[in-house]
Design a binder for this molecule. Structure first.
Ligand code: C2E
Ligand code: CA
Ligand code: CA
Length: 418
């Protein structure tokens, strides 16, 4: 999200002019479900909604506070000269209360649902850009937790790690490893999933389970996605020379999934590396897809329209809604490891996975079972008719340098699963 220059300047000024002991607050206001409102009202009427929201914000604030519109459903509120964190929270609570009354939009009364993210300086950040990022990270948290207000976390360990991560992405210090996805039909390698790795010189290896969510909460989701996309496609262009049928699976952060320009960005990256869209699968988690099903359906269609494969990752982990599968034009369903792990010893899990496979087949969607670690599990998945498998039994994720040898040794003539 591009922040307006006047907002950054005003924030810098407020930070400079803050009296000793006083705080500068920032609230990211996100208006939720605006698309549903547009559908209900018609686009012409809905276009008046942001103005109505801005007026309502204005009513709740002091004269010295500033409001900036930063996107179709996002505003930033700058609160200079706050006496204490308690005053920052009070301002946020006052905003929330204002949205408990309906808004007049044209001839309609609309209940706007808002999520707020609050951060303040000096506790959370020292400059305008960082302060805005913390407010955005806080609103992302509020949205993810379905709460209405979320405060930024203090500048503790997370903030320090985030700064290192920012430098690592900019300095190209991350790397990718690739894990094969194998087709059960012929035991050929169907795809390679690109997984990010971070070896920090000071901290050692930092797990993606730690740094990926941190990137998302800390406003680095777009940078991380751009980095993985370019790095994965560069390697994949190389793989395609010896193995033209192998696809590349790339994880997309939930935060960028709903952003405008995503498809164009991917298409541009494909053309830079000369990789055909059909040999790339974009993985997005089920939870991300369910956040705003309507936008997701549209993004998934747009990805499909340019010829990309689309996989719904970690399927079954969140609150899966089977009915939505009808709407989501996915090409693959990746059944979460938590199911794969239990298919041998738990009859109900086995039946559930069997049902997912059958359902997917009926919709023309391929299945991938993740986290296959032993032969017994593999056999159950073969029996259930699962299309593809991925897991330590077949291969751990490996550095690019090892791919050529692995692919050559798993060509059909010598295919094994060991
Ligand atoms: P994911 O997309 O579900 O990736 C699969 C994870 O399962 C990987 O963990 C992989 O190493 C691990 N795995 C594969 N086979 C097995 C197995 O047999 N047993 C067990 N126990 N684990 C197995 P990893 O590499 O630690 O990545 C964790 C998560 O971080 C990924 O989960 C993905 O959500 C995220 N991630 C990784 N790289 C990227 C990236 O470049 N961009 C984004 N946005 N997210 C990424
Ligand atoms: Ca994945
Ligand atoms: Ca997964």
């Amino acid at each position: 999200m591009n922040l307006p220059g006047d907002m950054l300047q005003a924030t810098e000024r407020a930070l400079r002019e803050a009296q000793p002991g006083s705080l500068v607050g920032m609230i990211h206001v996100h208006v939720r479900r605006i698309r549903q409102i547009a559908v209900a009202l018609g686009h012409a009427q809905a276009a008046a909604l942001p103005d109505a929201v801005a007026t309502r914000l204005r009513d709740a604030l002091r004269g010295s506070d500033h409001i900036y519109r930063i996107g179709s459903q996002d505003f930033m509120v700058l609160l200079p000269q706050l006496l204490s964190p308690g005053h920052a929270e009070l301002a946020a609570q006052r905003l929330l209360r204002e949205f408990e009354r309906p808004l007049q939009v044209g001839d309609h009364l609309i209940m706007a649902v808002v999520a707020l993210g609050l951060a303040w300086s000096p506790e959370h950040a020292g400059d305008a850009d960082a302060l805005a990022r913390r407010a955005t990270a806080a609103v992302d948290d509020a949205i993810a937790r379905s709460t209405r207000l979320h405060l930024a976390r203090g500048a503790g360990e997370d903030a320090l790690l985030l700064e290192d991560l920012r430098a690592a992405i900019r300095g190209n210090e991350l790397s990718l490893v690739f894990q094969p996805i194998v087709a059960l039909r012929d035991r050929r390698i169907a795809a390679l999933e690109a997984l990010a790795r971070w070896h920090c010189p000071r901290r050692g290896d930092v797990s993606p389970d730690r740094f990926v969510p941190l990137a998302e909460q800390g406003g680095l989701a777009a940078d991380l996605t751009r980095w993985s996309l370019y790095a994965a496609l560069r390697e994949h262009a190389d793989v395609l020379r010896s193995a033209p049928a192998v696809r590349c699976a790339i994880n997309l952060s939930p935060r960028v999934f709903a952003e405008a320009g995503l498809v164009e960005q991917i298409v541009a990256a494909l053309s830079i590396w000369g990789v055909p869209a059909a040999s790339v699968v974009i993985e997005v988690t089920e939870t991300a897809v369910m956040e705003d099903p309507e936008v997701s359906a549209r993004t998934l269609s747009a990805l499909r329209d340019v010829g990309l494969g689309v996989a719904i990752d970690d399927f079954g982990r969140g609150y899966s809604s089977f009915s939505y599968l009808r709407q989501f034009p996915a090409t693959e369903l990746k059944i979460d490891q938590s199911f794969t792990r239990d298919v041998v010893r738990d009859d109900r899990t086995r039946r559930l996975v069997g049902a997912m496979v059958t359902l997917a087949k009926g919709l023309g969607i391929e299945t991938v079972c993740e986290g296959v670690e032993d032969d017994a599990t593999l056999q159950v998945l073969v029996d259930l008719g699962c299309d593809n498998v991925q897991g330590y039994l077949l291969s751990r994720p490996m550095p690019c340098g090892d791919l050529g040898r692995w692919i050559a040794s798993h060509s059909p003539a010598t295919a094994t699963t060991g």
